[in-house]
Design a protein. Structure first.
Length: 256
């Protein structure tokens, strides 16, 4: 994949377009691949044991990098098409799904980004998760998912643990009672930790003014990777068609 795109980049006549191809697309591809691989390594779909908070944070870091670079990949493709076609747009107007860029896209690529699947990906997920990660609230992997019954039990245990801790602080004059309350507090906290299951979802904010629906982590990463594969194939093929450059067979992107 990188060899094919590298060969394409060498055919670009605009130096800045070549920079976006080599240093933009070329750098993002291995980062996207590493992010996907790291997510599945840290949290295999068949994981049975409960994840630690630290592992959940590591998964969130990888997902955030993955999401940003997926979006950036599309911006880089748009820049290559605009510059190689002689365009000079305001940077704020450059984006693969922006109307100002349409006249500079090769026909096949323009048709592709206008199809329902890519448009839905961009409007309902890609832009929302990229913008929130960069400017507002980053996505995270909750450390637990609870059923309604487990949630009620958790709240009860949390309330009792809070009471025990408060009473222990007030009982400082009675060392024996204070120690007993602290032991009760620790037992309640440990019992809380046994509740729930690993979350299958990553989320931004589920409440407030602009709640965003969560997404299933592993399927979303695979779908994004498939979209990147298809998009790059269309980009390479359509740009070669537009300028009459020889075609090369582009393999599917692989994550090993």
């Amino acid at each position: 994949m990188r060899l094919v795109l590298g060969e394409l980049a060498q055919r670009l006549t605009n130096p800045r377009a070549r920079t976006f191809a080599l240093q933009g697309i070329g750098r993002r591809l291995p980062l996207i691949a590493r992010g996907a691989r790291n997510i599945f390594t840290l949290y295999p779909p068949d994981t049975a044991e409960l994840l630690s908070l630290e592992t959940c944070n590591e998964v969130a870091i990888q997902f955030q990098a993955f999401a940003i670079n997926m979006y950036g990949l599309m911006d880089n493709i748009a820049w290559v098409c605009v510059l190689e076609s002689g365009g000079a747009l305001n940077p704020l107007k450059v984006g693969l799904f922006k109307r100002d860029v349409e006249p500079y896209l090769p026909d096949e690529l323009k048709d592709y980004v206008g199809e329902p699947t890519p448009l839905t990906w961009f409007n309902e997920y890609g832009k929302a998760y990229r913008d929130s990660t960069a400017h507002r609230i980053p996505p995270y992997l909750p450390s637990r998912a609870y059923t309604t019954e487990e949630g009620q039990t958790y709240q009860d245990l949390d309330r009792r643990a809070s009471v025990a801790l408060t009473e222990a602080g007030r009982a400082h004059a009675d060392v024996s009672r204070a120690l007993g309350l602290m032991e009760q507090y620790e037992q309640l906290v440990q019992e809380k930790e046994t509740l729930g299951s690993n979350s299958l979802l990553v989320a931004l904010s589920l409440n407030g003014e602009n709640p965003t629906p969560p997404v299933y982590l592993h399927p979303q990463v695979l779908c994004d990777w498939g979209l990147a594969t298809e998009l790059l194939q269309v980009f390479d093929r359509s740009l070669r068609d537009k300028f009459g450059w020889p075609k090369m067979a582009m393999p599917n992107l692989m994550v090993r």
